[in-house]
Design a protein around this ligand. Structure first.
Ligand SMILES: NCCCC(=O)N[C@@H](Cc1c[nH]cn1)C(=O)O
Ligand SMILES: [Zn+2]
Ligand SMILES: [Zn+2]
Length: 464
């Protein structure tokens, strides 16, 4: 670490095992350490830093764990300048070297220009790139072209626990002077071409429980005389989506935004080598054959995925059990202008309808455990123009204007609560492997990404 500039390296950050997904005291300690290191880095840069106590988290097993603080930091408060707020997270997904990693996930390791390590791209690298960009102005003894704020959390991978309440609370204080919000927590759609993201899908996560009793049965003793919970559940799950990916819940497509010719042209403009995409994903055939259809079904149409069955026998071997109670888990990715509570009603009504036709004596309970709204931005907002110009300067090309099929709940929260324009400026390449084994960020992306953020500050200052 450079004591004067507060410069920290990605290697130091990756070495901190800030896993927020596994709720165990050791990782929580690491998360607290991570947030303390980040707060210290920002302080050394000259930022005014507040580490907000987020209280504790009640787990389903009765255990309580402390939530790492959220960092709110401010650099500059010149009223003649625009204020850009950067959101990032420093927690990571679990990583276990025994589980397919070729290097130690917590030791940043360079191989052929690729920096491997958990959190390298999601999201420690991009947070540090933003800090490095600020630090570059400091090193050159130049005034920052814009006022900068940071909101950095440590629980994103666990669902951003308690963050919405904090954003609500800080709406008229920390966020009052903010003009624009930048998030860099997703990927390009290509290996080399930069992108700007203007929309994400939402997600409604469902659990459907089918219960006969709270104990399993022997299938020799009871098989043939029971309404088996698993058979009910498989029928319920099988009623949700057909083999072409079309969702069978009545009314689910009613509110989906109509497709315009202009929108189709935006998909045509994106360069996506389908063959390369298919090969790198190691998938023999997708549901759709054209680039436009693939992009539309990832970004602007809903999809339904079945994730798992709790209580099912899933071990190797041939146990002759009839599970007494099972819980099916599935989710629907939502798109503009679908509504979370309408979807909840449609899904519940559909499952009740299918279940009632089975005349089963089991009990079925449907619950929506997560309702995250889709987000879409106005790409004519100033910061989109600034990001495009900065990309032209640093990369010498026009960006792909993309949406993301996954969900970044904080984007919609900022839009709804803070009422500020949000842009996603990803730095990582399509093959960075967020959440997967051997996550990496390319050295080139990390360095050019830092330059991109610095160029973005300058463009924002001109356009504000
Ligand atoms: N490329 C950004 C990925 C962010 C991400 O993985 N978000 C999760 C959030 C979520 C949605 N439902 C439950 N968690 C995602 O699965 O989209
Ligand atoms: Zn992330
Ligand atoms: Zn993630």
């Amino acid at each position: 670490m450079d004591p004067k500039l507060g410069r920290t390296t990605l290697k130091e950050w990756v070495a901190i095992e800030s896993d927020s997904v596994q709720p165990v005291p050791r990782f929580r300690q690491e998360l607290f350490r991570m947030m303390a290191v980040a707060a210290d880095t920002l302080q050394r840069l000259g930022a005014h830093v507040t580490s907000v106590d987020m209280g504790s988290q009640q787990l389903p097993d009765g255990q309580s764990l402390p939530i790492p603080p959220v960092i709110l930091a401010e650099l500059g408060n010149d009223p003649t300048k625009g204020t850009v707020c950067f959101y990032g997270h420093l927690d990571v997904q679990p990583a276990d070297q025994g589980n397919g990693w070729l290097t130690d996930p917590y030791v940043l390791t360079e191989v052929d220009g690729k920096l491997y390590g958990r959190g390298a791209t999601d999201n420690k690298g991009p947070v540090l790139a933003w800090i490095n960009a600020v630090s570059a102005f400091r090193a050159l003894e130049q005034d920052l072209p814009v006022n900068i704020k940071f909101i950095i959390e440590g629980m994103e991978e666990a669902g951003s626990v308690a963050l919405e309440e904090l954003v609500e609370k800080e709406k008229n204080r920390f966020f009052s002077g903010v003009d624009y919000i930048v998030i860099s927590d997703n990927l390009w759609i290509s290996q080399r071409k930069p992108a700007i993201t203007y929309g994400t899908r939402g997600n409604s996560y469902f659990m459907v429980e089918v219960k006969c009793r709270d104990q399993d049965f022997h299938s020799g003793t009871f098989g043939g005389i029971l309404h088996e919970p698993m058979a009910d559940l498989v029928a319920l799950l099988g009623s949700l989506v057909d083999s072409s990916g079309h969702i069978l819940v009545p009314g689910i497509y009613d509110e989906v935004a109509p497709l315009t010719e202009e929108e189709i042209n935006t998909y045509k403009a994106i360069h996506l080598d389908l063959e390369e995409y298919r090969n790198s994903s190691r998938v023999e055939k997708f549901l759709f054959d054209t680039k436009e259809e693939i992009l539309m079904h990832l970004w602007r149409y809903p999809s339904l995925s079945i994730h798992g069955i709790e209580g099912a026998f899933d071990e190797p071997g041939a146990k002759t059990v009839i599970p007494g109670q099972v819980i099916g888990k599935f989710s629907i990715r939502l798109v503009p202008h679908m509504n979370v509570s309408v979807v909840e009603k449609q899904v519940t009504r559909h499952l009740e309808d299918v279940f009632s036709k089975r005349n089963s004596s089991n009990k079925m309970v449907v619950s929506m455990t997560l309702g995250l709204h889709p987000w879409i931005a106005n790409i004519n907002d100033t910061q989109y123009l600034a990001a495009k110009r900065a990309i032209r300067t640093v990369f010498g090309t026009e960006p792909d204007m993309i949406r993301d099929g996954s969900t970044i709940p904080i984007a919609k929260m900022f839009q709804e609560i803070v009422h500020k324009s949000v842009v996603l400026i990803p730095l990582g390449a399509v093959d960075d492997g967020e959440h997967s084994q051997n996550e990496k960020i390319n050295r080139w992306n990390y360095i050019e990404g830092t330059k991109l953020f610095a160029a973005f500050f300058l463009e924002m200052a001109q356009l504000h």
